[in-house]
Design a protein around this ligand. Sequence first.
Ligand code: ZN
Length: 290
Amino acid sequence: MNILSFDIEEWYIEKKFCGGRVEKYRKFDSYLNKILDILDENNQKATFFCVGRIAADFHYVIRKISERGHEIGCHSNEHLWLTQMTPKQLQEDTKEAIDALQDVSGQSVVSYRAPAFSIGEKNKWAIEILAECGIERDSSIYPAVRDFGGFPAFPANNPVLIEYNNVQLKEFPIALTHMLGKDFAFSGGGYFRLFPLQFIKYKMSHNNYFIAYFHIGDLIHNQDGMMTRIEYETYFRENGSVKNRMMRYVKSSIGTKGAFEKMQKLLNSASFVSLEDADNQLTFENKILL
Ligand SMILES: [Zn+2]
């Protein structure tokens, strides 16, 4: 089973950190249109995890995705890491995002992905809050070490029912591959850009479960240069030293040239479904207690 997901936040991030440059919005719009056209051509449906504030400020983006028949999921309200939130803040953030996304899309929003896969061992209470907010499917667990997130002790590498404090969610963790003694994601972000397409396709065909995840920003060649110290510290909430900013710039821009075409080839080469469709096909016989 191949699942396709996109995390949609660029319009909001642009407005918050750079004031809202019209040429940037146009670029994001054109990439989104291209993605929707490719999905139509291949008769594929995806889950688009959207930041709630996009529904408030850029409702045409949410409406367009929904009208083309894709699932609208929640990617938080303001794209803040869950590791830095209290339970009350997470509850308010999630409720606000779900209400806004439901209002604009007309869909019932029951799928969730945390920014930066920021649900781990220390904040697994988030599962309970998300379920209380009406979330049924989650794809926030990255079962390895990762910047700003990661849950290396998570014991499954395929969709599974998880239970925390008597509350259950269907979890769709990021699929990993083991190489050189380490676990790597290969189906999205920097690793998707770094690994050759043939390798990704090989891994995909040898796994029962594959979940591709893309941000539009991952697919656009970065010509903006490094963030300023203030931008970096506001966004990442850590020291904006030159070294940290340089590392982040290299990670976010490596392999962006040709990344969109690579994604297009991947989508043309196999069939993909949304989380909603995957859920309808699965039985979730195994349960994990967290
Ligand atoms: Zn994101």
